[in-house]
Write a protein that binds this ligand. Sequence first.
Ligand code: FAD
Ligand code: EPU
Length: 335
Amino acid sequence: MIQTNVDLQPYNTFGISCKAKRFATFSNAEELSEVLSQRNGDNLLVLGGGSNILLTQDFQGLVIKNEVVGFDIIESNEETALIESGAGEVWHDFVMRCIEEGLGGIENLSLIPGSVGASPMQNIGAYGVEIKDTFDSLKAYHIESGEVHTFNHTQCEFGYRESVFKRALKGQYIILSVRFRLSKKHTINSSYGAIEAELKAVGIENPTIKDISNAVIAIRASKLPDPREIGNAGSFFKNPVVEQEVVDAIGQRYDQFPQYPAPNNKIKLAAGWLIEQAGWKGKNFGTYGVHKNQALVLVNYGGSKGSQIYDLSEQIIQDVRTKFGITLEREVNMI
Ligand code: FAD
Ligand code: EPU
């Protein structure tokens, strides 16, 4: 059933109040097809958990919320299992279920908000792991033809917070299910600095995948604001990947700053560090601002408009460009 004039506040983790002209949910390809048959040329917005969007204005179109459920073991051998999840499943619940089943590979991605179906959109990543490391394939509904197409790893063109669905195929597909190849013989990935320290603090020497998950949950809870308390969409910007000469120029002004090797001899810098150095960390503009513990996270303290947060992001981009010669790119999807 299609509802009209629906407030999207409960459907986005920024907690922005904006109206959708029309709103519907779907739980399988047939229902999706039925809803789309009533599209009447409207703009379309596909929603999962709404944890990576900023609503800057009312949406004069049709919002469709993905509620496709399912957890299936497609194939299983001594070493690995191929698992398929419905796109509307909550990502963190999926991670927990896999850990319970003894399946490793995504435990470092615990507590990332949102749906399984959105995870390939930006190749979600945290603590040294990205979904591309265990991704097998996905099924997606082609909006124009109504056909369901399968995409393998190569076809998804994953990059840092990137996939083909954010670029060449933007707005053309709705992801229905995702398959992951997970391992029964676990490779523990605790190399990301804070994980080792957290494990040491709780006295664990030989961590299991559950221990890694618990450590990641503890670190994330200490750093990132909980959207149920303060509206946000995680990192608002991507970490910039720059040439060595940009790093050298910053090195003339600062003794030490975070930097990580990136492909093609480039270097990834920490946008949070750049924003903090530019003086924005903790800035509070009443209803919105920059988080006090993590400058990469813009927040809605309650009652902010999406356009105010967008304007703040624009000011930060300009200021960081002036101070460091680096143009930050937004990670969050502007609607
Ligand atoms: P939504 O916000 O609903 O949608 C995001 C985009 O994908 C939109 O453009 C939407 O139209 C599109 N989309 C959604 N579902 C589908 C579908 N089924 N088919 C086609 N298009 C679709 N991200 C990370 O990578 N790493 C992190 O560590 C991380 N930490 C976070 C921490 C917090 C506190 C928050 C609030 C967010 C964080 N994020 C992180 C961002 C966010 O959790 C991820 O991007 C997540 O995958 C978004 O899922 P969603 O279902 O909420 O997507
Ligand atoms: N830093 C500062 N000031 C700040 C914030 C960070 O100096 O205000 C410094 C930290 O001290 C550290 C470095 O920047 O040296 C990196 O910080 P952190 O480890 O907190 O991670 P991040 O680079 O800010 C990225 C992802 C997160 C992911 C974490 C953990 C991006 C855009 N963000 O954040 O993803 O959870 O690493 O892997 O890549 C998201 O995408 O929404 C997200 C939260």
